[in-house]
Design a protein around this ligand. Structure first.
Ligand code: C2E
Ligand code: MG
Ligand code: MG
Ligand code: MG
Length: 281
């Protein structure tokens, strides 16, 4: 009896594994056509200057709207594009598309004049490409200054490829392109990164902000990161700001910039215009 049900479980497990593998295969195959089918979209989430309440930047976030599977979040498809190398074409598309959109806003709205765009770059993207010249080309193509673009990286790059990262970050700094360290506080978060690498701004991971108002410990962590960044002369952005209470606490800690659902979820380029008008008029 036990043997039989064991067999049944095994068979079920097998079916599940098979289905998961098939789905993954479908996703991987369909990803190859996602760009040409116009299924990859860029959404934009505002970054707000806390003292003035003005919208100072947008983070560009990739979206995949699959023809029959619907919305597939970036955490699901970006890792696959990294494994297959497709991250290069998709990353290039996101870079060009978001800079083009920024240029469009700037020509349409005086309120968008000083806005910049933050673009995420994965380690894979940086390791296999001449990213610097690609970035310069994209800026030139859209007649945008270096300050229009912020490069978001994660600690992974600094750990996996310290030498290359150091070179790239140095040359980005020489071109006046600011580099933001994303998801700070998760992963390894060695403090030595903060002075070893040319990082302009730290983005405090949303897991700390999220619990700040009901956990004294999380509040202390945010406070300490803010203090450290202030004395190291680095900018700070709080991610995942979801409530008025969060913004109040962040202001009290002297944190300059905030991003999160409290201000807006990531929106389409079309809807972002309303946010520019709302925050900067
Ligand atoms: P990330 O760069 O840390 O982006 C912030 C993520 O937090 C976004 O998720 C955003 O929608 C979400 N978020 C923002 N505010 C809030 C909030 O108040 N509450 C909560 N719960 N979440 C909030 P998203 O868009 O799903 O992106 C997930 C991750 O996928 C990004 O994390 C980034 O690592 C990666 N990613 C997205 N777009 C790209 C891209 O174009 N290139 C690369 N290489 N990675 C990307
Ligand atoms: Mg990011
Ligand atoms: Mg982040
Ligand atoms: Mg992330």
């Amino acid at each position: 009896h036990a043997k039989e049900s064991g067999k049944a479980r095994y068979a079920l497990f097998d079916v599940e594994m098979h289905n998961a593998a098939m789905k993954r295969l479908k996703i991987e195959n369909d990803l190859r056509h996602a760009l040409e089918r116009n299924e990859i979209k860029v959404f934009y989430q505002p970054i707000i200057d806390l003292p003035t309440g003005r919208l100072v930047a947008f983070e560009a976030l990739a979206r995949w709207i699959h023809a029959d599977l619907g919305f597939i979040p970036p955490d699901e498809f970006i890792p696959i594009t990294e494994e297959t190398g497709m991250i290069h074409s998709i990353g290039q598309f996101i870079l060009h598309h978001s800079l083009g959109t920024l240029k469009f806003w700037q020509t349409q709205y005086p309120q968008a004049k000083d806005i910049s765009i933050s673009v995420n770059f994965s380690s894979k993207q940086i390791e296999h490409h001449d990213l610097l010249s690609e970035i310069e080309m994209a800026l030139n193509e859209n007649q945008l200054p270096a300050k229009a673009l912020k490069v978001e990286i994660t600690e992974g790059l600094l750990i996996e490829n310290a030498e290359l990262a150091q070179q790239l970050l140095k040359s980005l700094a020489e071109q006046d392109i600011q580099v933001l360290l994303d998801d700070f506080g998760t992963g390894y978060s060695s403090l030595s990164y903060l002075h070893k690498f040319t990082l302009h701004t730290i983005k405090i991971d949303r897991s700390f902000i999220y619990q700040m108002d009901h956990s004294e410990e999380h509040h202390t962590i945010v406070k300490t990161i803010a203090y450290m960044c202030k004395h190291l002369k680095k900018g700070v952005i709080a991610e995942g700001v979801e409530s008025e209470k969060h913004t109040k606490m962040l202001k009290e800690l002297g944190i300059q910039h905030a991003q999160g659902y409290f201000y807006s979820r990531p929106v389409s380029g079309e809807d972002a215009k309303e946010l520019i008008v709302k925050y900067n008029s």
